[in-house]
Ligand binder design. Structure first.
Ligand SMILES: Cc1ncc(COP(=O)(O)O)c(C=O)c1O
Length: 381
């Protein structure tokens, strides 16, 4: 399925790009510069992805981080407002809150699905809480019903960071349909890619118009008359063409991600104490990246796990660090926010978990080599 891809190396992450995808990008490169054609693929990609997710609107952005910033700005998040995020996620979930001078508040994750829960969020809600941003970590999904009920009862916005979860479903509803708005990432490492790219999905017409305005320097459409200082988060038609082409292949790409995940689970099934991305009964997990948690009985830290791969010249990555443990977020760490005492599950799971190679070019042969490393590590060799 890979175009011109003859490299036998094991890669941590990376896309599948076919000749059919390239043909669509070539059309944008040849014809996508004048009149309506200049926006053809942006509009097509936005419309197709919105319809698939049963959303009224979609706005493509240069990356997912800017899509998160756009919705926070669109919702009017400002200095002093608190936004709750999971303790364990990629930092991009949290930094746009800082851009708005809001306060980042960390909630603990669940030991089984690694996402926040209604209970851990409820512990962090204060009169200053304006929004909760849940994350579909590695493709896993939290208990959206309970979290939505909590947010509704407290009058706070729910936002879904589905950057890693395109193709996942909760009770049959696709990831990306939850909350007042949701975001996807099309980074080179994601299941569908535009190299760099993101998408904001919305239902509310007024919020959509506001975010669209903020995405293009706060100007009146088609004019140079700017009424507010905003951002330049406009998408590229060329990248949108690739995104559209990739999105048409969503099922095939998710099937491959799930094949990678299943293959690791099957090959390591005889070792009790290894846990992979869960798939509760009401969730279909698109498993952007296979993550592996070592049971405490092994006494294997994530650093030791990664060293075993490094020694064999194989790639691996750490499970996301608890954000409050990163120097970047030290201003947000306090007795009541972040830290191991407040969020023990995030600190524990992260300390003994790694990500396994999950690029879309991973083969059975690669899986066999990775599995051999895990087995040697467990057997102390
Ligand atoms: C959970 C999560 N949120 C947000 C982002 C940001 O995406 P981007 O790199 O497209 O800005 C990522 C990307 O890795 C992510 O994993």
């Amino acid at each position: 399925m890979q175009s011109d891809f003859n490299d036998s190396s094991i890669y941590m992450a990376g896309p599948s790009v076919t000749e059919a995808d390239i043909a669509i990008v070539m059309d944008a490169a040849r014809n996508g510069w004048y009149g309506k054609n200049a926006y053809k693929y942006i509009e097509l990609f936005e419309k197709t992805i919105a319809e698939y997710h049963n959303r009224a609107h979609a706005l493509m952005t240069p990356n997912c981080t800017s899509a998160i910033h756009l919705i926070l700005k669109g919702l009017g998040i400002k200095e002093g407002d608190e936004v709750i995020v999971p303790e364990c996620t990629w930092m991009a979930t949290a930094v746009p809150i800082h851009y708005q001078r809001g306060k980042i508040v960390f909630a603990d994750i669940d030991p089984v699905h690694w996402c926040v829960t209604a209970e851990t969020i409820a512990e962090r809600i204060t009169p200053r809480t304006k929004a909760v941003m849940v994350v579909d970590l590695y493709g896993n999904m939290p208990d959206m019903e309970a979290i939505k009920a909590l947010c509704d009862s407290k009058g706070v916005y729910l936002i879904e960071d589905a950057a890693e979860a395109i193709g996942s479903r909760y009770n049959g509803t696709p990831a990306g349909k939850f909350g007042v708005g949701s975001v996807f990432s099309f980074h080179r490492t994601k299941t569908i890619t535009t190299g760099e790219g993101g998408m904001l999905l919305l239902d509310d017409e007024a919020l959509y118009q506001r975010c669209k305005f903020l995405r293009d320097h706060g100007r009146q459409p088609g004019s140079f008359y700017c009424t507010e200082i905003a951002n330049k988060y406009m998408p590229s038609n060329l990248l949108a063409a690739l995104g559209y082409a990739q999105f048409l292949r969503l099922k095939e790409l998710v099937d491959k991600k799930r094949w990678i995940w299943h293959s690791y689970i099957k090959a390591l099934a005889d070792i009790p104490g290894l846990t992979f991305n869960p798939e509760p009964e009401n969730v279909y997990n698109s498993v952007w990246c296979t993550a592996l948690v070592f049971d405490k009985k092994f006494g294997i830290s994530k650093e030791q796990g990664m060293k075993a791969f490094e020694d064999r010249g194989q790639p691996s990555r750490p499970f996301f660090y608890p954000l409050s443990s990163l120097p970047a977020f030290k201003a947000y760490l306090s007795d009541t926010n972040g830290g191991e005492k407040n969020n023990p599950v995030a600190y524990d799971i992260s300390s003994r978990s790694i990500n396994l190679p999950s690029a879309l070019c991973v083969t059975q042969e690669h899986i066999d080599q990775i599995v051999a490393t895990v087995k040697a590590l467990i057997n102390g060799k």
